[in-house]
Design a protein around this ligand. Structure first.
Ligand SMILES: [Zn+2]
Length: 315
């Protein structure tokens, strides 16, 4: 057997071993005893319908909807993986983890109905799940990208340094903003089709939920809204198409790690704009400041860049 084929086979075997190891870790979390109340609430969610909505949105953005990584309730663990987190997509393990006690306590303290709050959380985490991409192997593991959020591979560290020193993960807040906006659309569409509750009540709930439970998510979403409005206003492209191209970028795990884009942002806004956007802390003041910059400065060059990258003129 030629050497390169043997090498290839070895790599393949190592990859399978890694996958098996991750899956057995995932199973440990999934086997954790189920919380009866959380289980009851999850059983009320129609995952078939929800999956179909995600697939349809994918298709409308030009993605092969059948191939998306939508997780069924069997992939929801009733335990937190990172202490203090109510719910998260554990991207490497490809499971959603919800901490039943923390979740109920948090929502009850804020007077939010736990059935709708759980639906909103599940939709948000599923939006992360469908935008998850497993990229090529490096070192001892694999790179997992979730939407615009990007964890660095060693060969990208030079760009990482340009962007923000030794950051391992970038564009987390931007990714959260796009994800939350996307999740809200899916949430409302689910309500419309399931006739679970009346749509006006659902909108009232979302407003309360935004104010009480996800303040930083709302700010991240506002930043994304401002960007869409600016691009829409300065071009003939309507805002819906701009938005669809951002959703497409989410599904395709679009990379913003790009020298050309960095220079562009530097010319348009400030020398370190992309670095700040990539490293944006969950900090209200800084988010507002960036939103102001997006509103105030000329963004024509960015539009040219994004229209080429996102190909919104394709459809
Ligand atoms: Zn999130």
């Amino acid at each position: 057997m030629p050497e390169f084929i043997r090498e290839d086979k070895r790599n393949k075997n190592r990859e399978l071993d890694q996958q098996a190891a991750l899956e057995s870790r995932a199973q440990k979390f999934l086997e954790y005893p189920k919380d009866p109340e959380l289980l009851g609430l999850l059983e009320k969610i129609d995952f078939n319908l929800l999956g179909n909505i995600f697939r349809e949105v994918g298709r409308s953005c030009g993605i092969n909807g059948d191939k998306i990584n939508f997780l069924n309730p069997e992939r929801i663990a009733h335990i937190s993986i990172n202490a203090g987190t109510l719910a998260e997509l554990a991207s490497e393990l490809n499971i959603i983890a919800v901490d039943p006690r923390e979740f109920k306590k948090y929502m009850e303290e804020r007077g939010l109905p736990i059935d709708l709050a759980l639906l909103a959380i599940v939709v948000h985490e599923e939006a992360h799940a469908v935008s998850r991409r497993v990229c090529e192997e490096f070192g001892s593991g694999k790179e997992v990208r979730v939407g615009y959020e990007h964890s660095m591979r060693p060969d990208e560290m030079r760009m990482a340094e340009l962007l923000g020193g030794k950051a391992k993960t970038v564009f987390e807040v931007f990714n959260e903003g796009v994800t939350e906006k996307f999740a809200e659309e899916v949430f409302l569409e689910y309500i419309r089709r399931s006739s679970y509750i009346n749509i006006n009540d659902a909108e009232v709930f979302l407003k309360n939920y935004r104010q009480n439970a996800s303040n930083n998510l709302s700010l991240a979403k506002a930043l994304v809204d401002t960007l869409i409005q600016r691009i829409g206003r300065e071009t003939e492209i309507n805002q819906k198409l701009v938005w669809q191209s951002l959703v497409r970028g989410l599904f395709e795990a679009e990379s913003f790690i790009d020298e050309e884009l960095r220079v562009l942002f530097a010319e348009m806004f400030s020398p370190d704009f992309l670095r700040r956007l990539s490293r944006l802390p969950q900090d209200k003041k800084e988010m507002k400041r960036m939103e102001g910059e997006i509103k105030g400065k000329s963004i024509r060059a960015l539009i040219t860049y994004l229209s080429r990258k996102s190909r919104w003129n394709r459809k």
